[in-house]
Ligand binder design. Structure first.
Ligand code: GDP
Length: 206
């Protein structure tokens, strides 16, 4: 059983040489800058400042790895989609994140975060296309749901589900708020189930 409160910073990497060995299932978190990714990771781990984003667009990007108990890892990918980011930084992001997503056999789950009020921007769709050949399970968290009424948030979820289905992208979609702790338990439960499945798949047949 994965205990999210056991999440601990492991290492930060700016290229594949810095990645830890691919020896246990990983859950990677991706999303536009400012979408609420750090807040979501902190809420899941029930910690205040485990993950925190630098607010400086264009600074050196890094992938942060966390141990999720002894048997899994949580991976915080750098945010994308700052309009003012120079081309060179965008290429750096592509190389770093592409180098991770395209070559990580232990990648079990990718959590894609999108603001419930502005989902499915071009950069998000680009990411889903990158993820298509990866074969990891996909969970979409629609963040900052406290900014909408419950019915408007649920309706946004229905729209996102339909749009993903229309693109043949298979993903679970959850309404989430780190501020109001909405969807936090459900997300932990689903990720735990998927990690157990990933571990089960690795077991040799009896
Ligand atoms: P990151 O850049 O994706 O890591 O985003 P952060 O977690 O740093 O959050 C960006 C901004 O959104 C901050 O001002 C947060 O306080 C705010 N934020 C994050 N999660 C929520 C949420 O659930 N509800 C609301 N209303 N604001 C949030």
């Amino acid at each position: 059983m994965t205990d999210f409160s056991q999440t601990q910073f492991l290492t930060s990497a700016v290229g594949p040489a810095g990645f830890p060995p691919a020896d246990r299932p990983e859950i990677a978190f991706a999303g536009r800058s400012n979408v609420g990714k750090s807040s979501a990771i902190n809420a899941l781990a029930n910690r205040k400042r485990l993950a925190f984003a630098s607010k400086t667009p264009g600074r050196t990007q890094a992938i942060n790895f966390f141990d999720l108990g002894p048997a899994a890892r949580l991976v915080d990918l750098p945010g994308y989609g700052y309009a003012e980011v120079p081309q060179a930084t965008r290429a750096e992001w592509d190389a770093l994140v592409g180098g991770y997503l395209g070559n990580r056999p232990c990648l079990a789950v990718v959590v894609v975060l999108m603001d419930v009020r502005h989902p499915l921007k071009d950069h998000d769709l680009h990411l889903f296309e990158w993820l298509r050949p990866v074969g990891a399970k996909l969970l979409v968290l629609l963040t900052k749901a406290d900014k909408l009424s419950r019915s408007a948030a649920l309706s946004a979820r229905t729209t996102v589900l339909a749009a993903l289905r229309a693109r043949a992208i298979h993903a679970e979609v959850m309404v989430f708020s780190a501020a109001k702790k909405l969807g936090v338990e459900e997300t932990r439960g689903l990720l735990q189930d998927w990690l157990e499945q990933a571990a089960g798949n690795k077991r040799p047949p009896v």
